[in-house]
Design a protein. Structure first.
Length: 184
């Protein structure tokens, strides 16, 4: 027979499932049809791509600031890294992350330009294309700087005979240079 303790245990374990089902039902009935696939006017689409591009630019600039701080850390006595090579490697990683965000932002600017053209706003389209070109060059610059930081880290790791870390930064440097060649 069923005991009261077993029924309570079943009820307690069923509550999270019931809560999830109620939340899903609420979302299903509360959201308008096609909410996720909401149709936008070309201008609205352009403005959204522009907003996303600006957010990516902010993230890229944050990565660059962080990379610059890490690049300077080998010269501080209070750094949090084991070696100067580690700090330079981390700075190179920051530049790579910045480059990724710049490249994505450039693509978003291009999408914004296309949508502005469709909306009949050639001035905004031209401005977005100019921003795409500037952002693309920022991505290339960040990759070059990252490769330079990896080279410096390689030299540091070579001087302390850290072969594993040296191999790691060699691969990262090669990746950056390969991407630079593809970005021409």
């Amino acid at each position: 027979m069923f005991e009261a303790g077993n029924l309570i245990g079943i009820e307690v374990s069923a509550r999270p499932l019931l809560g999830r089902l109620l939340a899903a039902a609420f979302l299903f009935f509360a959201l308008p049809d096609g909410y996720a696939a909401e149709t936008l006017t070309p201008r609205q689409e352009a403005e959204q791509w522009e907003e996303v591009a600006k957010l990516r630019l902010q993230a890229a600039r944050g990565h660059e600031l962080q990379a610059e701080r890490r690049r300077r850390e080998p010269f501080n006595t209070t750094d949090g890294f084991t070696t100067a090579g580690d700090a330079l490697d981390a700075a190179g990683d920051g530049r790579y992350s910045a480059s990724e965000d710049y490249r994505i932002a450039s693509k978003h600017w291009e999408k914004a330009a296309k949508a502005y053209k469709a909306a009949g706003d050639p001035d905004k389209a031209k401005n977005a294309l100019e921003n795409a070109a500037i952002t693309w060059e920022a991505a290339r610059r960040a990759l070059r700087e990252g490769a330079d930081l990896y080279k410096m880290a390689e030299d540091e790791f070579d001087s302390v005979n850290s072969l594993d870390k040296k191999i790691s930064v060699l691969r990262k440097s090669a990746r950056n240079l390969e991407l630079l060649m593809e970005m021409r």
